[in-house]
Design a protein around this ligand. Structure first.
Ligand code: SF4
Length: 145
């Protein structure tokens, strides 16, 4: 599994389970996404080879902008409760907004317009939520105070 390989950002290499460095070879493009390829030439004599690859060498692919994904993985690794917290807090509003929108596409096109559409949906959600929590009078008082 790729998870068994540790990316060393300072040296731009992957360290494999045998402790060897898989070095960067070239960048290719898959569906418009730049993908960096890493491998090592010493796999043929490695005792772990049968569990690692069926080819001549094990190759690892890395998205050119994978650093934020690595950061998120390491944050989640430090505190697995983040995912539970996210499920309890963030996913419910997004699910509700998606249901309000009919579970379909945005009505607008282009990022600027979609951002505005989403912002209006979030504003509506927040107002409805505040009304549910405080009531209309309570919300009016809070907005005046
Ligand atoms: S087969 Fe290659 S990549 Fe896999 S553990 Fe051995 S040296 Fe490392």
């Amino acid at each position: 599994m790729k998870a068994d390989f540790v990316y060393d950002a300072d040296r731009d290499v992957y360290v494999c389970p045998a402790g060897e460095d898989l070095t960067y070879r070239y960048t290719t493009e898959e569906s418009g996404i730049p993908i960096r390829r890493y491998w090592i030439n010493g796999c043929k004599t490695c005792p772990l080879r049968t569990n690692c690859t069926t080819g001549n060498e094990r190759r690892i692919s890395r998205w050119e902008r994978e650093d934020p994904v690595d950061d998120m993985d390491s944050r989640l690794g430090r505190d697995p409760d983040y995912m539970s917290l996210r499920r309890c807090t963030v996913e419910h509003p997004f699910g509700t907004i998606k249901a309000w929108m009919g579970g379909t596409h945005f009505l607008t096109r282009k990022l600027k317009n979609v951002r505005s559409e989403m912002a209006l949906n979030v504003l509506a959600y927040n107002i409805k939520r505040m009304v549910a929590l405080l009531g209309v009078r309570g919300l009016m008082r809070a907005m005046q105070g």
